[in-house]
Design a binder for this molecule. Structure first.
Ligand code: PAF
Length: 285
């Protein structure tokens, strides 16, 4: 596995792979890798000839007062895990190289970025879209794999790629969960034991919603209420039951819908989601 600390050398590597006729799979991350990330690497390995991973804690997607400074960083362990999973290349660019003095170009995916996460964290998806666009320009991947846990991010990136004619296939991977259902996240490291127990409430809420749907309940409000009964011990930002592509409120006769939850446990903000068929089966994004 080759570790690149400079974008120019990573790009040269990517061009060489392309010239050799190899398909590049790419997994962008912010590091502090866990089983969820490793599942993305395995998926990329299945679909591509060579796999590149980036580790970059992207400052432009953190809002003022958020956890940029204390975001978990474990570079040595991350590289070790990636080598074990046979990643071919890792890009760990310095902030100064990604955002040099004078940097002033941002990508704004408008509508889909403004609601839900975007309403609570204005500017967040602008930072995500900008860095993903930059990373795609550097690694020139044929495909890139993203986790479904960041559901709205996935939609923003799909929109970005489609609107700007980027020749990259966006592959989504189902959420990887802990035994008690908590969606894996680098931020789970912030939780103490008590908080960790409370955090599984987000998944319990999704299961409560699923139980209602399977019992034949179709009314979005009733489904949201069922979920909320599980969330009394966390500080809810939003529970939304929406159309999976537009994130507009699900109509009464919905065929497919996604429930999106964001809540704080102590100071830690967690998100989770589940996409449902009208029969209440979980489906992938
Ligand atoms: O999902 C993440 O880890 C980040 O938002 C991403 C896509 C790597 C962009 O910084």
């Amino acid at each position: 596995m080759t570790v690149f600390r400079q974008t120019a050398t990573a790009r040269t590597w990517a061009i060489e792979q392309r010239l050799a006729g190899l398909k590049i799979g790419f997994v962008p991350t912010m590091g502090a890798l866990h089983e969820g990330h490793l599942a993305l690497v395995r998926k990329a390995k299945q679909l591509a000839d060579v796999v590149a991973v980036s580790i970059f804690v992207n400052p432009t997607q953190f809002m003022e007062g958020e956890d940029l400074d204390r975001y978990p960083r474990s570079l040595d362990e991350d590289c070790h895990l990636l080598a074990e999973h046979h990643a071919d290349a890792v890009l760990i660019p310095p902030v100064k190289e990604m955002y040099p003095d004078g940097f002033q170009t941002y990508v704004d995916v408008t509508e889909i970025s403004r609601m839900l996460e975007g309403a609570v964290r204005p500017g967040h998806f602008r930072g995500v879209a900008t860095v993903v666009n930059k990373l795609f320009n550097i690694m020139i991947p044929d495909l890139a794999v993203f986790g479904q846990k960041d559901y709205q991010q996935l939609l923003v990136i799909r929109r970005l790629v489609e609107d700007l004619n980027m020749p990259v296939d966006i592959i989504s991977h189902p959420i990887v969960r802990e035994e008690d259902g908590l969606a894996m996240s680098s931020r789970n490291r912030y939780l103490d034991r008590k908080q960790r127990k409370k955090a599984s409430a987000l998944h319990d809420a999704l299961l409560a919603a699923q139980g209602d749907i399977k019992a034949g309940i179709r009314d979005p409000e009733e489904i949201v209420s069922a979920a909320c009964t599980e969330l009394s011990e966390v500080e809810v930002d939003y529970v939304a039951f929406v159309e999976p592509n537009t994130l507009q409120p699900a109509p009464a006769d919905w065929e497919r819908a996604v429930m999106l939850i964001a809540a704080k446990v102590g100071e830690t903000r967690l998100i989770d989601n589940m996409v449902f068929s009208r029969e209440g089966e979980e489906v992938t994004a």
